[in-house]
Structure formats: structure tokens, C-alpha cells
Ligand binder design. Structure first.
Ligand code: ATP
Length: 330
């Protein structure tokens, strides 16, 4: 599969405090969905923001390589980036009603990229806007085109955002927790819509989520982030059924709503936030049951493991004692 996006050794830092992203490398094939998962604060959104060069000041990013199709995202001028965002890259966020401009109709917000990126006349953009609204499953599209954000439900607003994102005919859709604010039925509809559009248009998708249940419905490959690092990456099926990293396994336990012997719901012990302060050894070690066992603790505390092949093509993990070696059942 030809790669659409290649990111090598991406790091993000702030003038104060430890690095926010540390040596993140990703690739997304044409027409592929890569899901990035991890707890709040692990660096998922910062990864996406770095790609489209929209990091909030005073954060700065550096990478060895960052390419999308034929575009070098590291060297693109601000003007080029303006046309890549909304053109080659469409973006969906968690709070669709907040992301829509409250002063413009839904239709005007879809027509804008049609005119800007596809050079359509006013009347052609108006017609295509209605087609796009119909295409993303919005009933009465002519009427909805005249609605403002406050007149839309969360699910309809996210469909409008999908129409805005697709208007520029992107090769990559970045979807940052696009269903987190929606109720379960609407969430399933929006996931189905994203999957259908991806198939129909042959787009690639960078899908960001904290929820492995959601991710399992849509991802071809999964990258697991912890404290600014990718700790495991590989084919979705393999990550979900045969994880190598104890953190991935812990996320799966949480998503399955597993209970412990006392009948309590499983939760990962400790705080994710403090891991970034760990500069020596594995960042997950304080929360990792395997690392807490006496003979292993020494190794995990003294050197950070590298991201290495698990033995299956394309599956890598960053752990001294990968789970498949310990043969612990999931
Ligand atoms: N403007 C900022 N200045 C400094 N640090 C920031 C800034 N914005 C975010 N961070 C830090 O960057 C880290 C990664 O944040 P990011 O938003 O990427 O996490 P995330 O994995 O997307 O979490 P969530 O699911 O909550 O959005 C966090 O520790 C956060 O505190």
C-alpha cells in the first residue's frame, strides 16, 4: 500500500516543562484508517495539530520528515498550509456545534471551501452544498443549509462538519474524537458515515479516540500513545486481540468494563499526567503490574525500551517484557 502520510521523529516542546511529544513516527496508507488511542493528555491532539501546523503558541514542533502525498509539511509556506488545510486535509473535532461559526448558516460554511478549493461559482457552490448535505444523510437539505449552529442537534451539526470537511475533497481526514460528545445511537451513525465516505472517496483517515470500542469499529491499524510516545503500533485486529504492551492491555480491560475479584470495574492505577516527568526508564512502569514485580522492576526503571518488532509484520511495541512473552491471557 502506498503511504499518503509519513511522519518521522516528531517532537513537540514547550519553553517550560517536559516534552509533549517525543519521537513520534507514523504512516498512513492511501485509503487506510489509522486510529491513535490513549488516555487524556497522552498527546493525540498535539500529534494532529502538528501535522496541520496549528500548534498553540508557545509550543514548537520539529521532525525529521512530515509528508502528505507530494507535500512537504515541514517546509510548506504558511500560504501553502492554508490551502492544504481544508483542501488536502479535512478536520473534524469533538464539539461540532462549537466548531461551526455561529454567525454563518451551515450552507455558507460548506460553500466557502467549495468556492475556495474547487473554484465553484456561487450558484454551483449552492447546488453542491445541498447535494453534500443530502449525501451526509441530512433530511430537508435545502432547509438545513439555511440553519445556524444553535438550530442543529449535535448529530446533525457533526454531519454538517463532515460535509464541510469533505467539500475540499481531502485525501486525509483528521477526526479528533468526532463522536465523543454524541449519544450512543448517533455515535454509531456518525462512525458508519465516516467509514462509508472513506470507502466511497478512497480517503485516508487519522482517527483520534480514547475509546478502543469505537476504534475497533473503524480502524485498519492502531497506534497507542502514552505520555507523548507511541508505545505500540500495528494492525487493529492484532492490537486488540494480542497486545504486546501492558498499557494497551490495560486500555482493552477498561473498554471491556472488566471487573476485578472484588467486583469493581477495572481502572488503570495512578495518573497518566505524571508519567511525562519520568526521564529514565519506561514511562508506564509506575502503573504497570508487570514492572512492579521485583526481578523486572530494575530493568524497567533504568532504561526506556525501544519500539521494536513483535515478530508479526508491522506490529511494534515498546516494552522490556512484552505480554506475548509472558503468555498472560487477555
Ligand atoms: N497550550 C499548551 N501549552 C502547554 N502544554 C499543553 C498545551 N496544550 C496541551 N498541552 C499539554 O500537551 C499534552 C498533550 O495534550 P493533547 O491535547 O495532545 O492530549 P490528548 O491525548 O489529545 O488528550 P485529550 O483526549 O484530553 O484531548 C497534555 O499534557 C497537555 O497538558
Amino acid at each position: 500500500m502506498t503511504d499518503l502520510l509519513t511522519v518521522t521523529n516528531l517532537s513537540v516542546g514547550s519553553p517550560t516543562g517536559p516534552p509533549i511529544l517525543d519521537g513520534v513516527s507514523l504512516r498512513i496508507g492511501e485509503g487506510e484508517v489509522l486510529a491513535v488511542v490513549g488516555e487524556s493528555g497522552s498527546g493525540k491532539s498535539m500529534t494532529a495539530m502538528s501535522l496541520i501546523r496549528l500548534l498553540p503558541a508557545p509550543l514548537t514542533a520539529g521532525a525529521d520528515e512530515m509528508t502528505l502525498g507530494g507535500h512537504d509539511l515541514l517546509r510548506a509556506t504558511d500560504k501553502e498550509m492554508n490551502s492544504i488545510r481544508g483542501g488536502q486535509v479535512g478536520v473534524l473535532f469533538q464539539q461540532p456545534k462549537r466548531m461551526l461559526d455561529p454567525t454563518c448558516t451551515a450552507g455558507a460554511q460548506i460553500a466557502e471551501p467549495l468556492r475556495r478549493f474547487r473554484g465553484m461559482s456561487r450558484s454551483a457552490a449552492r447546488r453542491t452544498t445541498v447535494e453534500l448535505l443530502r449525501d451526509v444523510g441530512i433530511p430537508e437539505p435545502e432547509r438545513r443549509a439555511r440553519s445556524y449552529a444553535h438550530q442543529l442537534s449535535g448529530g446533525i451539526a457533526q454531519r454538517v462538519m463532515i460535509a464541510v470537511a469533505l467539500a475540499g475533497q481531502p485525501s486525509l481526514l483528521i477526526a479528533d474524537e468526532p463522536t465523543t460528545a454524541l449519544d450512543a445511537t448517533v455515535e454509531a451513525q456518525i462512525l458508519r458515515l465516516i467509514a462509508a465516505k472513506k470507502r466511497e472517496l478512497g480517503m485516508s483517515v487519522l482517527f483520534i479516540s480514547h475509546d478502543l470500542n469505537v476504534v475497533s469499529a473503524i480502524a485498519d491499524r492502531i497506534a497507542v500513545m502514552y505520555a507523548g510516545r507511541i508505545v505500540e503500533q500495528g494492525p487493529a485486529e492484532e492490537i486488540l486481540t494480542a497486545p504486546e504492551h501492558p498499557y494497551t492491555r490495560a486500555l482493552i480491560e477498561c473498554s471491556l468494563l472488566r471487573q476485578n475479584a472484588q467486583g469493581e470495574l477495572y481502572a488503570i492505577p495512578g495518573q497518566a499526567g505524571s508519567a511525562r516527568e519520568i526521564t529514565v526508564g519506561c514511562r508506564f512502569r509506575d502503573r504497570c503490574a508487570t514492572a512492579q514485580s521485583a526481578h523486572i522492576e530494575h530493568q524497567c526503571a533504568h532504561a526506556e525500551p525501544a519500539l521494536v518488532d513483535s515478530g508479526t509484520p508491522g506490529h511494534t511495541s515498546r516494552c522490556w517484557i512484552p505480554l506475548q512473552q509472558t503468555k498472560e491471557p487477555l
